[in-house]
Write a protein that binds this ligand. Structure first.
Ligand code: FPP
Length: 253
């Protein structure tokens, strides 16, 4: 794994258009520290982070990315102060209210993974409306992880498979990798369920329970920028780093 510090610093990245990752997943980190550095409340960082989501969505769509998965709220984020959780629950409402027309203009379809039944009713409604309003779009899929956890996803898939075995719908021997993948929340994104590139911002180098099944062979790129400072150029830089990796999938080159 490489952090940004080990990569070259340059601008104007020349990308191989034939090797743009189909699926990019991003752990959007550093909103709080971005705000603290400016003597602002933490939520100001989330607000600015929402603007970054818009910029990066359009940049990814323009680059020909097929799926962009964004970690917006984890199953662990409920532990944050009530005021911050409330702000984070209101963000999708504000984001979709403001941005759905632009998403449609860019032919971007919204999907969500995670247990959204636990979100406030208004947030659920905004999410469902955005999904419905963009349902006909055929371009990039913008996949928000909301109340999502990788372990929770694996537990749910295991439970579903066990139920099928218990009712005789499935034989235990038929629990293959494909069968498990078909029970993951990313199954509707097939054949692009697994991200080729996973980016985390803010210099932290951990997965924080994100897409644990799907990242088996993802390339990890850790960037120093806090999420509110990330932009289309940062995305190109991450893709450029990805394009210089040698992916072997356990085999030889
Ligand atoms: C991590 O930064 C960020 C989050 C937990 C929230 C991510 C949400 C957004 C980027 C807003 C956009 C969301 C939508 C739905 C449009 P942190 O708060 O952990 O930062 P810190 O590590 O510096 O404290």
């Amino acid at each position: 794994m490489f952090s940004q510090n080990q990569e070259t610093h340059q601008t104007g990245y020349e990308l191989d258009e034939q090797n743009i990752p189909h699926h990019i997943a991003i752990i959007m980190d550093g909103n709080g520290r971005w705000a603290q550095a400016r003597h602002l409340p933490r939520v100001a960082g989330h607000q600015q982070g929402m603007e970054t989501v818009k910029k990066v969505t359009i940049a990814a769509s323009d680059l020909g990315v097929k799926v962009l998965s964004l970690y917006a709220f984890s199953t662990e984020n409920w532990k944050r102060p009530t005021k911050e959780v409330k702000f984070l629950m209101d963000l999708p409402i504000r984001f979709f209210n403001k941005f759905v027309p632009d998403l449609v203009k860019h032919n971007v379809r919204v999907t969500v993974m995670g247990d959204i039944s636990k979100l406030p009713d208004k947030t659920q409604a905004a999410v469902q409306d955005a999904i419905a309003d963009t349902a006909e779009c055929t371009g990039m899929v913008l996949n928000f992880a909301l109340n999502y956890g990788g372990r929770d996803e694996i537990v749910r898939a295991t439970r579903e498979l066990a139920q099928k075995v218990a009712t005789g719908e499935l034989a235990a021997e038929d629990i293959t990798e494909d069968a498990v993948a078909a029970h993951m929340m990313t199954a509707p994104l097939s054949p692009d369920d697994d991200p080729e590139l996973l980016i985390r911002t803010s210099g932290e180098e951990r997965l924080s329970n994100f897409m644990l099944w799907q990242i088996a062979y993802s390339e990890f790129v850790f960037m120093n920028e806090h999420w509110p400072d990330f932009d289309g150029e940062s995305l190109k830089k991450a893709i450029s780093i990805f394009q210089h990796r040698h992916r072997r999938f356990g085999g030889l080159k």
